[in-house]
Write a protein of this length. Structure first.
Length: 146
């Protein structure tokens, strides 16, 4: 399991990177890395996007902020609210639900002796790969103001 979301490479700025506005509901935080004073900060969330057919799909949402910007967790995320959020698809950070939510599955992880198990997120299969989307502090702030 990757300990950190991979930084965006120059290849991510290519024609393949699709940025779109999607209706997204943030379910909960999966990973928060220590803050940096010099580089971008990353938080990983499990979220749910609404599809055109009315169904929902779990996704991995990577929130990228600069040291002087608020982290998403500092906003007091309301899991009942749906935001029209600008996101960019990034297949390089796709992971399974189990990989995202249960770091104890990695025997080298320091908390492996105290497994807490993956959170209960309903009937979703823990081995289903969740598509990864990235958003920024600026895009989230704009979604809040709408």
């Amino acid at each position: 399991m990757d300990a950190a979301p991979p930084p965006q490479s120059d290849a991510d700025d290519s024609r393949d990177a699709v940025t779109e506005e999607l209706p997204i509901r943030i379910i909960g935080q999966a990973l928060a890395l220590p803050n940096s004073s010099y580089f971008s900060n990353y938080e990983v969330f499990i979220a749910e996007k609404r599809r055109a057919n009315g169904k929902t799909q779990l996704i991995k949402l990577v929130y990228v902020s600069l040291p002087y910007q608020r982290k998403l967790s500092e906003y007091g995320v309301n899991s009942a609210k749906i935001y029209k959020l600008r996101v960019t698809r990034d297949s390089s950070c796709d992971e399974t639900l189990l990989e995202i939510t249960w770091p104890q599955a990695d025997p080298s992880h320091p908390d492996a002796a105290n497994p807490i198990g993956p959170p209960s997120l309903g009937p979703h299969d823990a081995n289903t790969t969740l598509p990864c989307y990235r958003t920024t502090a600026d895009d989230y702030r704009k979604a809040l103001s709408k």
